[in-house]
Design a protein around this ligand. Structure first.
Ligand SMILES: CC(C)(COP(=O)(O)OP(=O)(O)OC[C@H]1O[C@@H](n2cnc3c(N)ncnc32)[C@H](O)[C@@H]1OP(=O)(O)O)[C@@H](O)C(=O)NCCC(=O)NCCS
Length: 157
């Protein structure tokens, strides 16, 4: 079995369009004006650096299985809440339940610590218990286009 490695998208930039398709299909309805073209542009930009804002990808050989991003802003409505966000955690359906989601979150938090992020934020419509088990603290709720989301934070270490 080929091992899964977590890499910077910058190391495998050709997969930016695949990630954009995943993300847009999953979250497109949460955002106004966030077209597939915009999602693609953002990821092509992330593929140019290994510092925030950027994206990590779980790769099995040449096949991308999931990704997670570290960004300065995840939703304009929540801009004042924090300036470093874990965003767009995604694992392809056929690779779920194998620990990849947990691994991507842990690697992203460790990377944020190396980037000297003092407080990392996320919002989630439905996975608060998943993040709570990884040490994220509930920090209230908000609504994005009518969808209730839980805000959470962690001090990266
Ligand atoms: C959420 C997601 C990233 C989890 O990825 P995954 O690779 O299946 O997660 P893991 O295998 O690392 O799961 C680890 C644990 O979390 C649990 N878990 C998985 N999905 C969960 C969920 N939706 N809510 C609560 N716990 C969950 C698993 O049961 C597992 O628990 P266990 O170790 O006690 O068995 C994946 O389901 C996904 O991509 N979903 C669609 C996109 C999405 O919703 N992303 C989150 C945005 S906030």
């Amino acid at each position: 079995m080929t091992p899964v490695e977590v890499r910077f998208l910058a190391d495998v930039p050709g997969h930016a369009t695949t990630l954009a398709r995943w993300h847009h299909a999953q979250w497109g309805e949460l955002y106004t004006d966030w077209t597939l073209a915009v999602a693609t542009e953002e990821l092509i930009d992330h593929a140019t650096r290994r510092a925030m804002p950027t994206t990590l990808v779980a790769m099995q050989g040449d096949v991308p299985l999931g990704s997670v991003s570290l960004v300065l802003e995840d939703a304009p409505e929540l801009r004042d809440q924090g300036d470093a966000w874990l965003a767009s955690l995604y694992v392809v359906p056929e690779a779920r339940g194998l620990g990849l989601g947990v691994r991507l979150v842990k690697e992203l938090v460790a990377f944020a610590a190396r980037q000297k992020v003092e407080r990392l934020w996320l919002f989630t419509p439905e996975h608060a218990s998943f993040y709570a088990r990884l040490g994220w603290r509930p920090q209230g709720s908000a609504k994005l286009r009518g969808v209730p989301v839980q805000l959470m934070d962690i001090v990266p270490a």
